[in-house]
Design a protein around this ligand. Structure first.
Ligand code: MN
Length: 226
């Protein structure tokens, strides 16, 4: 059963996460779900998920994806998640598996650039196109050599060169939920989570330009000129 590991790790009477439907046999037509959840658990990470065979195949990306083709981001494959998980945004209670705040950081659809996804996954080289709100264009997941028991779980997520490639720090520049426009601290505050811990996953105050600060800067600059 594809979701056994997912269910074994969670107590659904305590965590608001979806248990998932037992029927994972419905084949999806055409494009499939793509979602990235920003997750302030023990360590901040970005859960990268692609719908395949009725579940969300999942990788935890500690630093998040980079649109810069020269940057390779470690992606540790984790247990498959139910399709319903794609809309989950909220707080997993402390002490539970993955305890912390979750936001839907990006979503949309994905398309494989290969005919046989199962074969590409087995080979450890999956090329695909993302149609997200933040991430677009061509990407690849390549299996790499990991250590010990995680040896076959270690992948790299890399952007291909195309018109969507850039050197922007998207985690810093676009920190909000695509579902609710909230920051992690907002999600924690509104859903009974640890606001202080969640806030450590948001960009630092002043690190990103806000309209008000930009105006103040412009004003003082103009004053200096006069
Ligand atoms: Mn996670």
């Amino acid at each position: 059963m594809p979701l056994d590991e997912y269910r074994k790790k969670r107590k659904f009477e305590i965590s608001p996460e979806p248990a998932g439907s037992s029927d994972t046999s419905t084949p999806s037509k055409g494009r499939s779900i793509y979602v990235i959840q920003k997750h302030r658990a023990t360590q901040l990470h970005y859960d990268f998920r692609l719908e395949f065979n009725g579940v969300l195949m999942s990788w935890a990306v500690p630093k998040g994806p980079s649109p810069d083709p020269t940057v390779k981001r470690l992606a540790m494959q984790v247990e498959d998640h139910p399709l319903e998980y794609a809309n989950f945004e909220g707080v997993i209670p402390g002490g539970e598996y993955g305890g912390g705040t979750v936001m839907v950081w990006d979503n949309g659809e994905w398309e494989p650039e290969v005919d046989d996804v199962a074969a590409a996954l087995k080979k450890g080289d999956l090329k695909f196109t993302l149609h997200g709100k933040k991430l677009r264009g061509s990407w690849v997941l390549v299996r790499t050599r990991g250590f010990g028991s995680k040896a076959d779980k270690s992948w790299l997520l890399i952007k291909h060169r195309d018109k969507y490639a850039s050197t922007a720090d998207i985690e810093e520049e676009q920190p909000r939920s695509v579902l609710s426009q909230r920051l992690l601290a907002d999600v924690a505050r509104e859903e009974g989570g640890d606001v202080e811990k969640a806030a450590t996953g948001d960009p630092k105050e002043g690190a990103r330009p806000s309209a008000r600060k930009a105006t103040q800067k412009a004003t003082s600059k103009n004053r200096l000129k006069r």
